[in-house]
Design a protein around this ligand. Sequence first.
Ligand SMILES: [Zn+2]
Length: 412
Amino acid sequence: MELDFDNKVIVGEQLLKMRSLGNFVREAVLDIRDLDITEVLYNEVPADFRVSNTKPKIGQSLRIAIPFQFAGDEFEILVKYKTHPGATGLSWLDKSQTSGKKMDYLFTHCETIHCRSIAPFQDTPMVKSTFKAQIISPQNMIVRATGNLTEEFDYNNFRSTKFESKIPIPSYLFGIVAGDLQESELGEKVKVITERALMREAQSSLSILEPALTILEEYLSNYVWGDYKIVIQPPSFPFGGMENPLLSFASYTKIQGDASSVDDTIHEIAHSWAGNLVTPDNWNEVWLKEALATFLERKAIKSINGESAYKDKAMRGMISMQDKIIEVGADSELTKLTPNPSKVEDPDHILTPIQSEKGFGLLALMEELVGEALFKDFLIEYFDTYKFKHADSKQFEDLFVNFIYRVFDHKT
Ligand SMILES: [Zn+2]
């Protein structure tokens, strides 16, 4: 991928290694949104392709003709493309919009289905893949992306930065940040990345992250991703946070506010298990990651700051859910724990406090019914059973019922 700051576009080549799941497959279909597709190759040979009509809020399908495939057949698709200057997943900031005012800046935001505006993907949470990426930027710019940094070198007036993720991730967790960045250690496992101008403030505000990570590791299981890296974004970053593995994003406001807003960054750590390790099948199952991350975040807060901080968080969450229900209407599809996707116009609309807080209430009730120790054992089993894969509400429920039968049968 080449980052072209002058034209606010990415010029990219996406090589996908695919395997046919059925017989007589003769088309590969990828999600895109306003990508300019210049060429498509099937196993290094030019392939016919067409782009479907635009579906509002969804984008287009890139339909690639391929020779008949049978179940298990493997093949490669290479797509050469350019993004649109208005790509919904890319935010290009002029230097005047940054804190340091020295260099242009780029950050991505793929959740929910914006990754398709950055590159062609099967852009749905249940499709997870390992990947390698090479990003070309202006020479003096630091680029970081989801995955482990494997190589960084300068040539002519450019810089090449390479990344690799050996753990499969869904497309919504892919992230890039580029600018006048610095990286600094916050503890043994936690690092912060931010503009040079914000580094001192970030370092002094985020001391809670290392103990929070340790608490969650002790509660669940080892953190598998390597270092935990959090990016404190410039003040113009419009989101609270985003849990890209090895590259969580958090708003500058999170380090400016009171202790409670800094606590919100623990939520992104909790996603290292809830969502990033075990991913919901689809966006209507988003509670499986948001409510679990909220539940785990509050476990850590209770352990660090005590019962009253935990209750305060839960109360604030409840109020934000009630406000949202009033906003969307009590009989709106969006008030359901798992909304029907065909009744939701835009998956972004499901990202509300309703699913997080309804789900949190359900998890808290389950914990109350079986006791803290048993519920912890259940969550450990859930993350162990579905790690590196995806799950839906039915699988979560079945595993819980099965767990309870096993535990209580054993005792009688
Ligand atoms: Zn979240």
